[in-house]
Design a protein around this ligand. Structure first.
Ligand code: HEM
Length: 508
């Protein structure tokens, strides 16, 4: 049987014991009292019943029974690390955000990489989008960019998101995933998914390592500079380790040997001082350009072409510390697109607008009403009028708990107010399905001009593999969908399907 090579990730306990050679610590209960005998319950004689007064044992069991919290409904499986962001180029003409105030400035950061659809125990090397979530610990509070390793997303209206996720999760009866019928039914009915589907089935659909993939903010945000000038922007993190991907066959083989392949790789690289880094770039679009744009700049199924909106270099992210404890610092970390700092604003991007609500809401469910007070989520001193609730850590002592007040409670921030944009909005409130807004032009550019012939061949092979287990009606719908991108694309998928039998499709 093949097993992973022994490396730093296997020796963590050995390292711990070497660092703690001289410590003599007593075991304590959860309430801090010394435990006389950890490994035996209190019984009446050898075979007698256990006494209810055995608080040491009950304390252990009661805590054990509550060890798990709900896993993330999406992006459950992942790895986290810490480091810093350093400014290398001046972008103060675009934003007054404190992170970018001067060249050389460093801001501490946390990052979590993840896969979308698998649960906590899923293998790392499956075909999926990877999450690329970033937390900046700035002097103006937390700024989160909760992005992905692909520049576009499957759907653009946030109300479609639960549907998309349901078809990528387990079938409600068989409890099996992927369910190919659910998957292809939805993708072919909602054709705005086409562009992202191509990337999903391309080589980039299975990264070789979290270190060797790019990151993208995906949604459109906005910047405000110190004079109040407003621009739309996109965020990009380009890996200095380069891009590396796995073929479906290699991914399946590695996943069988080492399901924690990506988590182990990140841990070992940082442990061994091979710190991964990414260069940070932005794209800028003025409101005037946005008004005239031939594509919808607030549609997350579209990229902003680099020729028209060039990448502007900003700085560098370096990851140089592993978490001290996975649960405390990775399972309990909560990213939120609504965590913005003065100088950075949302745009009308429909998906982003929904996300502004969804993350705080899910954290209140998963981590509790005071999740923001957990050290990894906010190490700052907070001054506000929110009080109490489950798990309060930062009580704010005797400070006034109402506003306005006459007792030196905190007041509105003049700088933040000056940076709040005054946006002219107009229109008629109605529900407009945005699913049929040019779903093929950019997918066609990707297929015809960006992908090389060998990459196109693997893309087709991967699609054929996932289409084989589905019904012929859905296969036909998928062929029609991909023919809209390029007629020969659909034709090659048909040829691929005709040439394979179900037994050949073991590599998913
Ligand atoms: C309205 C649409 C969306 C909803 C409702 C939604 C909801 C969620 C939820 C509930 C979580 C789990 C958070 C947690 O429990 O900690 C999550 C995580 C995540 N989402 Fe979304 N999501 C949406 C769209 C997107 C999009 C478009 C992207 C890509 C830009 C994205 C990227 C991520 C990432 C990277 C994570 C993992 C964060 C982490 O590492 O903890 N999501 N999302």
């Amino acid at each position: 049987m093949a097993v992973p090579k022994r490396d730093a990730s296997f020796n963590q306990l050995l390292e711990y014991s070497k660092k703690h050679l001289t410590d003599e610590e007593s075991i304590t209960t959860t309430y801090g009292t010394p435990v006389p005998e950890k490994d035996a319950s209190l019984t009446v004689g050898y075979h007698g019943p256990v006494l209810l007064q055995d608080w040491f044992a009950i304390d252990q069991l009661a805590h054990f029974a509550r060890e798990r919290i709900p896993e993330r409904v999406v992006h459950a499986r992942g790895a986290g690390a810490f480091g810093y962001f350093e400014v290398t180029h001046d972008i103060t003409q675009y934003t007054a955000a404190c992170v970018f105030s001067e060249i050389g400035k460093k801001t501490p950061m946390a990052v979590r990489f993840s896969q979308v659809a698998g649960e906590l125990g899923y293998p790392d090397t499956v075909r999926d989008i990877r999450g690329f979530a970033l937390k900046f610990y700035t002097e103006d509070g937390i700024w989160d960019i909760t992005g992905n390793n692909q520049p576009v997303f499957f759907v653009k209206d946030f109300v479609m998101f639960p549907n998309l996720i349901h078809v990528m999760k387990r079938n409600p009866k068989t409890h099996i995933r992927p369910d190919y019928d659910m998957f292809w039914d939805f993708l072919t009915l909602r054709q705005e998914t086409t562009h992202t589907t191509l990337i999903f089935f391309s080589d980039r659909g299975i990264p070789e390592s979290f270190r060797k993939m790019h990151g993208f903010g995906v949604n459109t945000y906005a910047f405000v500079n110190s004079e109040g000038k407003f621009n739309y922007c996109k965020f990009h993190w380009l890996s200095n380790q380069g891009i590396a991907t796995l073929t479906s066959a290699d991914a399946q083989r590695i996943g069988g040997i080492d399901p924690d392949y990506h988590i182990r790789d990140l841990y070992n690289a940082i442990h061994d001082g091979d710190y991964p880094s990414w260069n940070f770039y932005i794209q800028i679009m003025s409101p005037e350009q946005a008004a005239k744009s031939e594509f919808d700049p607030f549609d997350d199924t579209k990229v902003w072409p680099h020729g028209q909106y060039p990448l502007i270099p900003v700085g560098k992210l370096v990851l140089n510390r592993n978490p001290e404890n996975y649960f405390a610092e990775v399972e309990q970390i909560g990213f939120d697109p609504a965590h913005l700092i003065p100088g950075i604003e949302p745009s009308p991007d429909r998906m982003l607008q929904g996300r502004l609500f969804a993350y705080g809401d899910t954290h209140r469910h998963r981590l509790g009403p005071n999740h923001i007070q957990l050290p990894v989520n906010c190490p700052f001193s907070i001054h506000n009028y929110e009080r109490d609730g489950w798990g309060t850590i930062h009580s704010q002592g005797g400070a006034p708990n109402y506003h306005p007040n006459s007792f030196r409670g905190p007041e509105n921030d003049k700088r933040a107010r000056a940076l709040t944009p005054h946006l002219p909005l107009n229109g008629v409130a109605k529900r407009i399905d945005s699913g049929n807004d040019d779903n093929f032009t950019q997918a066609r550019v990707l297929y015809q001009r960006v992908l090389k012939p060998d990459e196109r061949a693997r893309l087709i092979q991967n699609i054929v593999t996932w289409l084989t287990p589905t019904t012929s009606i859905l296969q036909e719908r998928a062929i029609a969908l991909f023919s809209n991108v390029d007629e020969s694309f659909g034709k090659k998928i048909r040829e691929g399907l005709n040439s394979l039998s179900l037994e050949q499709h073991v590599v998913l």
